[in-house]
Design a protein. Structure first.
Length: 572
């Protein structure tokens, strides 16, 4: 017998003889079981989520905080970003010369390294420049923390991470890098492993470069133009190789501001690997060397005599025979054996005539004039590597004579270039500078009329005599040669020359002064065996100007056929 369910309800058969249960009991039981299962699932999910979150946090901590190995407390004290930051250095056009790159330093805590020998071997396998024996010695030493390798690249750091070796860690660091390598090494200088400037502008501006706010500080902008720097270095290196010289220096300077556009000293070095450079390569011949500059000093002797009124262009001086004074004899390299006018003394480069002009001016006036040109004190430029001039002691009459033609007083090429700039730019001396936007107010040292007369004399040298090989078609260039014997333990060495040439162009209104020097060049068959400045340094300057002119906006075609303006033609 069965019962019919009321309408609208599900009919469930109930067997005969079975006691009936309450109507809603089984449904309530099922709902309870589902609720329990759901609660267990939620709790399990929450536990899994918490576990995964913990793992994720730990992974982030490992990757970003502990660099993959040890907990934060085990690491050496971190270096702040501000301490590591260092401003960039750029050329006048913004080309990067020095910057910082993030690196990592690998360290170890020997007490946490379970197998020092295996660790050393596996590290050396991925970092071949590591010596396994050295690493093993450090890992088995008594120190709590040892440094294993500085300046790891990201690829090297990843390779070490993959080894999964316990007891190792990375310390954040930065490395100073020089993208153009040797190109401006002596000017820019270099910084040490602790980010401290050790030479050049890096040392001179160390404090200012260190106070940078990471990513926000403006770079230190220089007057150098890397294009000009490159062509000057290229031509100087070619000349050194051609003449077998020991080295050389070259400078390009703006005549009206003394801003240095290029300054090269060879041999040079790679500031990215300064520890591998020979000692002599670190020496800056352009600013740090002091040399007797030979007949280039006749520019100053002529200028001081004409400006003071002691001499005029028409005055004559006796060069008929050598000058004998005490145990010294002053001779001309190519004697004219006659009386010479001031222009002839200059153009024929007469030592005898220059000595007589210097004596006529006098020692005291000579010293005052050379001092106004910055030749008796170290060059006031921003780099620390500057020479102290070597002055004659005492400054006697014979010293006055020899200084008149460039012996007995040693100065740096930088000093000479700045002084010549003052002579040709209208007579105003400016302190040379390497920092863009920096210009000294200038001090008048000679009259504008005297400056024009000297430009005329310098033009004659290139047109007529020892500077002819500096001539460049389409350009009006003026200059002066200088060949000096280098001093030795037993007097001057006739086989060791310092050959130099200094030029200004365009000579009617000079924009640039270009200087080049070769240290102990040797003659070649095509120079008839001569190693003097007219055969070595003058053509070098000519090649520099030929490449510099178009780059600086002076195309040769525009200058072709031009003649020097009023004041440049000086009659003999």
């Amino acid at each position: 017998m069965s019962r019919r369910a009321p309408a609208g309800q599900l009919a469930l058969p109930i067997a005969e003889g079975t006691a009936a249960r309450p109507r809603g009991g089984r449904a309530d039981g099922m709902r309870g079981a589902l609720a329990t299962a759901r609660n267990r699932l939620v709790l399990g999910g929450a536990l899994f989520a918490l576990a995964f979150a913990t793992i994720a946090v730990r992974l982030v901590d490992v990757a970003l905080v502990t660099d993959g190995f040890e907990p934060r407390a085990a690491r050496p004290p971190a270096v702040s970003a501000a301490e590591l930051a260092r401003r960039d250095i750029v050329d006048r056009n913004g080309v990067l010369l020095a910057t910082n790159l993030p690196t990592a330093t690998l360290y170890a805590e020997p007490a946490r390294v379970p197998d020092a020998r295996a660790t050393a071997a596996r590290l050396a396998a991925v970092l071949p420049d590591l010596d396994p024996a050295t690493v093993l010695a450090r890992l088995t030493g008594s120190r709590n923390t040892v440094w294993l390798k500085r300046d790891l690249t990201p690829r090297q750091q990843k390779a070490v991470n993959r080894l999964g070796l316990p007891g190792l860690g990375f310390e954040r660091a930065e490395r100073r890098v020089y993208p153009l390598g040797r190109l401006a090494a002596h000017v820019v200088g270099y910084a040490g492993i602790d980010n401290q400037g050790l030479a050049g502008l890096e040392r001179a501006f160390d404090a200012a470069l260190r106070t940078a706010t990471p990513g926000a500080a403006r770079p230190l902008r220089l007057t150098l133009d890397v294009r000009i720097q490159y062509l000057v270095r290229d031509e100087l290196a070619r000349a050194i190789a051609r003449f077998g010289a020991k080295g050389g220096a070259a400078i390009v300077m703006e005549a009206n501001s003394a801003a240095v556009r290029a300054m090269v000293s060879l041999p040079d070095f790679d500031p990215n690997a300064v520890g591998e450079a020979p000692r002599q390569a670190l020496f800056n011949r352009a600013s740090q060397g002091a040399y007797e500059m030979g007949s280039t000093f006749k520019i100053f002797t002529a200028a001081m005599s004409l400006d003071s009124g002691i001499a005029s262009l028409g005055d004559r001086y006796d060069a008929t025979r050598p000058i004998r004074i005490a145990r010294f004899v002053i001779r001309d390299y190519r004697p004219e054996n006659r009386w010479l006018t001031v222009p002839e003394v200059f153009v024929y480069s007469s030592n005898i005539g220059a000595a007589r002009i210097a004596v006529a001016v006098g020692a005291a006036a000579q010293r005052r004039f050379l001092d106004r040109l910055g030749l008796l004190r170290p060059a006031a430029i921003e780099i620390p590597e500057v020479a102290r001039p070597l002055l004659p002691q005492p400054w006697s009459e014979i010293a006055t004579m020899t200084v008149g033609f460039g012996h007995g007083l040693a100065v740096s090429p930088l000093q000479l270039t700045a002084a010549v700039a003052a002579v040709v730019n209208g007579g105003v001396f400016h302190r040379p500078t390497l920092i863009a936007g920096t210009r000294s107010p200038g001090t008048r040292v000679i009259l504008a009329r005297t400056s024009a007369e000297l430009r005329g004399l310098m033009r004659r040298v290139v047109e007529e005599t020892t500077g002819r090989k500096a001539a460049v078609p389409g350009y009006a260039i003026g200059g002066k040669t200088g060949t000096a014997e280098k001093p030795g333990p037993n007097g001057y060495r006739r086989d060791a020359l310092l050959s130099s040439f200094v030029a200004a162009f365009p000579i009617d209104r000079p924009r640039f002064v270009v200087f080049a020097m070769l240290d102990e060049p040797h003659g070649r068959p095509e120079t008839l065996g001569y190693a003097t400045a007219g055969w070595t340094a003058a053509p070098l300057v000519g090649r520099i100007i030929a490449r510099l002119g178009p780059l600086a906006g002076f195309p040769a075609a525009a200058e072709s056929g031009s003649t020097p303006r009023e004041g440049l033609r000086v009659a003999f």
